[in-house]
Ligand binder design. Structure first.
Ligand SMILES: [Zn+2]
Ligand SMILES: [Zn+2]
Length: 680
């Protein structure tokens, strides 16, 4: 095994040539093989090869390396499959080099559907799919939309460019980038649209189908094996014209990609936190550059990173300053909970109750937002104060009282939101043996729903969280019921904030606006601003004026002030200055190193070893090791380092030199997180 990068030289390999094959294995680089008799192979071909005593499927990556020809085994066969295109191969190399993941681990993401690449005979035929029709007319655009759409259309076919499409919530950004999609389709090329939480995006899918007369291809974790297989092949063959997907769709083998759109580009769920750790928005920009195609980043609240790139002239900005169809942005009001407060075991202040009452009386809809799943985030013993914790993680157990699909019949269960551990409420306190001594502390959405039911017994309510929504269909059903006004009051976590359009929704109440500010990592203020602005933006999107009420104990916090003033630019300017002064991203670079293992002593020993060999130098700082905030996760002890450097420092080679000196025992794991978003 050695390393090699994809290249376009050596167009063809003939019998007797040595070539390097990349295998989709977690630790692998390339392996050398010989072209067998009668074979003609080219870079990108999928091939079956011998590996140890078994066989494996890999991709011809480049000319062979250092292994002598007589020690190489011949390629068994070339698979009847469209070769992996050069931009995809170069992308895999790029992502591996940037994230410090093994190229084989990245290739594995591109080859996630084994049966698509090496199908059994009965799996070969894919059902034909209707194609989106770009000739259909789009909706009438406002003047602002038309200008932006024309600019995006012009970008199509013009090589690599990055465009930020920024528009207030409800401004019709989707219709604008649909015009660019139509342009790409007219040219016969493919489009990739990345959406966070694609499984919740039924409304987006419906709008797409209405615009183009056929649905796009979907790519996310809720698909059947057959759908994955069909889509993977259709993408490789060029038959799938538009793919809408989660971050992993970036690794699909597009035959002729002509445009990438990253919708809600600021969304933190674009960061993949397991396996190969990468940020899909950032990698999408790289993929566009490698494919020499335009990319559009779309948001009502662009990330600070993207804003900085616009300011530096690296990205272009198109702006939609007003809502579509004359709808007004919602009024935003802070409720100072230090003055108003709530009754015991109650979470709604009087002003919010009044606003909800008025909306319901007027036959309008309301939404309550609380970013906490379950009934209560903490359960403690009233007798001794003992808190119920997960046996495998540094985390409290969250009480859940409703059934798996939101039914109220299930008994109380305690669940760990980090590892999935679940248990019934114990009969007695494990610490002091007191019986019936447990008290639920604080509200989750289920508990909030209890209060709503008591206060508004006639209102038809529903709870929308990842616990009550079992998949795309359940999400679509709930959204439909809301649109048809079969629900008066929707209670939900962050999944209600995402892109939904509810014309009759006029009041949005944020129960605990301060929730995201605790913990205070680098992006806490920015993320809280973005989330609350998105939530508030659900209100008043059609003929009725909208109101958003935010309950806060910190009304003077910069985030709350920015939300009320509506002056996003000033808020982001201040945040940007803070980051610049502190040398934080995007002005400096961060990388996290996480050591984990089943035994604390072994983890500490390795962490100490890493600390001794930590890189030093101008513009390089290493913090740690420290116990991670999630010091134990799934039974593994965790220690963190944070590497902070100037932008000019090649952080990957610094890390590589550091880690090359260390041979961790197999029970321990070393994870590298370049540009970390989570600090847990
Ligand atoms: Zn107790
Ligand atoms: Zn746990």
């Amino acid at each position: 095994m050695h390393t090699a990068t994809a290249n376009c030289q050596a167009a063809e390999f003939l019998p007797g040539d040595r070539l390097a094959v990349l295998l989709p294995l977690p630790l692998a680089g390339v392996y050398d093989y010989l072209v067998g008799n009668g074979q003609r192979l080219a870079a990108g071909d999928f091939v079956r090869v011998q590996l140890g005593r078994g066989q494996a499927i890999g991709v011809v990556w480049s000319a062979g390396g250092t292994i002598e020809a007589d020690k190489c085994r011949p390629v068994i066969e070339r698979l009847d499959q469209v070769p992996l295109p050069l931009p995809s191969r170069r992308f895999i190399d790029w992502v591996a080099a940037y994230t410090l993941a093994a190229p084989g681990a990245v290739l594995r993401m591109a080859m996630s559907v084994r049966s698509a690449i090496d199908p059994k005979p009965r799996q070969r035929r894919a059902a034909p799919c209707p194609l989106p029709d770009w000739r259909r007319p789009g909706l009438a655009l406002s003047a602002d939309q038309a200008v932006a759409a024309a600019a995006l259309r012009r970008a199509v076919g013009g090589g690599f460019t990055v465009t930020l499409l920024e528009g207030v919530t409800g401004s019709g950004k989707t219709e604008v980038y649909f015009e660019a999609v139509a342009e790409v389709l007219a040219r016969g090329r493919q489009v990739l649209v990345l959406l966070p939480e694609i499984s919740l995006s039924a409304q987006w899918l419906a709008r797409f189908a209405a615009r183009f007369g056929a649905p796009p291809r979907e790519w996310h974790s809720d698909l059947t094996d057959k759908a994955r297989r069909d889509t993977w092949r259709a993408v490789a063959e060029g038959a799938a014209k538009v793919v809408v997907g989660a971050r992993s769709a970036l690794f699909l083998p597009f035959r002729d990609l002509g445009l990438i759109v990253v919708d809600e580009e600021h969304d933190a769920s674009f960061k993949q936190e397991d396996g190969v750790i990468y940020h899909a928005r950032d990698m999408a920009v790289v993929r566009a550059r490698l494919g020499a195609i335009p990319i559009a980043l779309v948001s009502a609240t662009p990330s600070l990173e993207t804003r900085t790139n616009v300011e530096a002239g690296r990205y272009r900005r198109l702006h939609l300053p007003t809502r579509h169809g004359g709808a007004k942005l919602p009024s935003l009001q802070l409720i100072d909970m230090r003055r108003h407060g709530t009754a015991r075991q109650s979470w709604l202040s009087q002003p919010l109750i009044d606003a909800l009452t008025d909306a319901l009386a007027a036959g309008e809809q309301a939404m309550l937002f609380l970013n906490r799943r379950g009934y209560a985030p903490l359960t403690l013993c009233r007798a001794c104060g003992h808190r119920l914790k997960c046996p495998h993680c540094t985390a409290w157990l969250v009480s859940h009282r409703s059934g798996p699909l939101g039914g109220g019949s299930a008994t109380e269960r305690l669940r760990c939101h980090h590892c999935g551990y679940s248990s019934p409420l114990p009969a007695a306190c494990p610490e002091c043996r007191a019986a019936d001594s447990f008290a639920a502390c604080g509200p989750g959405v289920e508990r909030l729903a209890e209060e709503v039911a008591a206060r508004f017994p006639d209102a038809r309510t529903a709870v929308m969280t990842s616990d009550t929504i079992s998949g795309p269909r359940a999400a679509a059903d709930l959204v439909d019921r809301m649109v048809r006004h079969e629900i008066d009051l929707l209670i939900g976590t962050q999944i209600v904030a995402k892109g939904h359009h509810f014309p009759l929704l006029t009041v949005v109440g944020v129960v605990d606006a301060d929730l995201g500010l605790a913990g205070g990592d680098l992006r806490a203020a920015e993320r809280t601003y973005q989330l609350l602005w998105q939530v508030a933006g659900r209100a008043g999107r059609a003929a009725h004026a909208g109101h958003a009420l935010l309950q806060t104990y910190q009304p003077e916090d910069k985030v709350m002030e920015a939300l009320v003033s509506g002056d996003a630019d000033r808020f982001f300017a201040a945040e940007t200055e803070d980051r610049r002064a502190a040398g934080m991203p995007p002005f400096g670079r961060l990388a996290a190193l996480i050591v984990s293992g089943p035994e604390a002593t072994a983890v500490d020993r390795l962490a100490a070893e890493l600390a001794r060999r930590a890189p030093r130098g101008a513009d390089i700082e290493v913090f740690g090791p420290v116990a991670a905030p999630l010091a134990v996760l799934r039974g593994r002890h965790r220690r963190r380092f944070l590497l902070k450097t100037a932008r000019t420092v090649p952080v990957q080679s610094v890390l590589r030199r550091w880690l090359d000196q260390i041979r961790p025992p197999s029970s321990l794991r070393l994870q590298v997180d370049i540009d970390p978003y989570s600090f847990l």
